[in-house]
Design a protein around this ligand. Structure first.
Ligand SMILES: Cc1cc2nc3c(=O)[nH]c(=O)nc-3n(C[C@H](O)[C@H](O)[C@H](O)COP(=O)(O)OP(=O)(O)OC[C@H]3O[C@@H](n4cnc5c(N)ncnc54)[C@H](O)[C@@H]3O)c2cc1C
Ligand code: FES
Length: 280
C-alpha cells in the first residue's frame, strides 16, 4: 500500500497488536492504525488515551518510532516515567486504544543530494529519529547518514541494533563510559563536526533527547557554523492540537517588538530549527 501524501489526522481506535519491554523501563508498542501508518511523516507524534476512563484526563504524546504502511501499523517507543505511561504499559494485546494523530510538523529532510545527515539521539529521543532514519535512507540512501546515540549507560542507549540494521554509520556515547565514547553524546558530536572542518555547510543535523542535550547540540551547531540543525522538542502538552497554549515555546521572531513570539510545540512543531529556539 503506497504512502498517502496528505495527513489523515483524526481520532482512531487502534488495536494494540503487541508490546514488550525492550530495555529496563522502556517499552515498544505496535498498534494497528492504517490511516496513521499511511500518512504519518518522521517527527510527527500521536496523542494516546492511556485509560478507558477520564482519569488521567489528558492524553499522552508519543513520537512515532516506525510506520508500516503495508500492514497498516505503527510503533511507539516509550519510557515508563509516571502514571500515564504505567497505565499504557498495562494495556494488553487485542485491546483498543484511542489515538489522535498524526500530529505536528515533522523533520525537513532537505532537497540536496550528497548532503551529510547527522542524527543525534539522547535516550528515548531515539524514537522519532529511528523513523527519521527510515525516511532519510529511503530518500537519500543510508550511506549518507551518521547516527550518534547517547545514554547514561550501555543499557540506556536505545535502538542501536535497529539503527545498525538500517545500514547507517552509528557511534555510541555513554555518560558512565561503559560503552563507546565516554561522555555526553554532545562531546561526540563536537568531535564528529571537527572531523568535517571546511564542510560544515554540507551537514544537516537532527536531534531529539533531553532539553539540556538539545540546547547543547544547538550551541555546538551555532559555534561550528552548521546552519541546518533541527530539534524535536518534547514540552509538556495538554490538548495536543493547538488550542490550549499549554505547550508554548519562545521562538525568535525578528519582526516582533520583543524579538520573539510563542509557538505551539504541538502544532507549529515539535520540530524547530535549533537557531530559532530561545533556550532557557
Ligand atoms: C511531541 C512529544 C513527543 C514525545 N515522544 C515521546 C516518545 O517517543 N517516547 C517517550 O518515552 N516519551 C515521549 N514524550 C514524553 C512523554 O509524553 C511523557 O514522558 C509522558 O507524557 C509522561 O506521562 P506520565 O503520565 O507517565 O508521566 P507524568 O506523571 O505526567 O509525569 C512524570 C514525570 O515526567 C515528567 N514529564 C512529563 N511529560 C514530560 C515531557 N514531555 N518531557 C519531559 N518530562 C516530562 C513530569 O514533569 C514528571 O516529572 C514525548 C513528548 C512530546 C511532547
Ligand atoms: S498542547 Fe494545547 S496548544 Fe499545544
Amino acid at each position: 500500500m503506497p504512502k498517502i501524501p496528505y495527513s489523515m489526522k483524526g481520532i482512531y481506535d487502534c488495536e494494540l497488536i503487541e508490546q514488550s519491554e525492550v530495555s529496563e523501563g522502556v517499552w515498544l508498542a505496535r498498534l494497528m492504525g492504517p490511516q496513521i501508518a499511511r500518512s504519518v511523516t518522521a517527527g510527527q507524534f500521536v496523542n494516546v488515551q492511556v485509560s478507558k476512563c477520564t482519569d488521567p484526563l489528558l492524553r499522552r504524546p508519543f513520537s512515532v518510532h516506525a510506520a508500516y504502511p503495508d500492514e497498516g501499523a505503527f510503533s511507539l517507543l516509550y519510557v515508563v516515567i509516571g502514571r500515564g505511561t504505567r497505565l499504557f504499559q498495562r494495556i494488553c494485546a487485542g485491546e483498543k486504544i484511542s489515538v489522535v494523530g498524526p500530529l505536528g510538523t515533522g523533520f525537513d529532510l532537505g532537497d540536496q543530494p550528497h548532503t551529510e545527515h547527522i542524527v543525534v539521539a539522547g535516550g528515548c529521543g531515539a524514537a522519532p529519529l529511528h523513523f527519521l532514519c527510515d525516511a532519510l535512507c529511503e530518500k537519500w540512501g543510508c550511506e549518507h547518514i551518521t547516527v550518534l546515540a547517547g545514554g547514561r549507560s550501555k543499557e540506556a542507549v536505545l535502538c542501536e541494533d535497529e539503527f545498525r540494521s538500517h545500514g547507517v554509520d552509528i557511534e555510541v556515547a555513554t555518560d558512565d563510559a561503559s560503552y563507546g565514547y565516554g561522555g555526553f553524546v554532545t562531546g561526540l558530536l563536537s568531535e564528529v563536526i571537527g572531523q568535517r572542518k571546511g564542510n560544515e555547510s554540507n551537514i544537516r543535523i537532527y536531534s531529539c533527547g533531553p532539553h539540556a542535550m538539545m540546547r547543547e547540540v544547538a550551541r555546538i551547531c551555532h559555534e561550528s557554523k552548521v546552519a541546518n540543525c533541527q530539534v524535536s522538542l518534547e514540552n509538556n502538552m495538554a490538548c495536543g492540537i493547538g488550542v490550549c497554549t499549554g505547550c508554548v515555546q519562545k521562538i525568535k521572531a525578528p519582526h516582533t517588538q520583543q524579538g520573539w513570539e510563542y509557538k505551539r510545540v504541538c502544532k507549529d512543531g515539535p520540530v524547530f530549527n535549533a537557531e530559532d529556539v530561545i533556550w532557557e
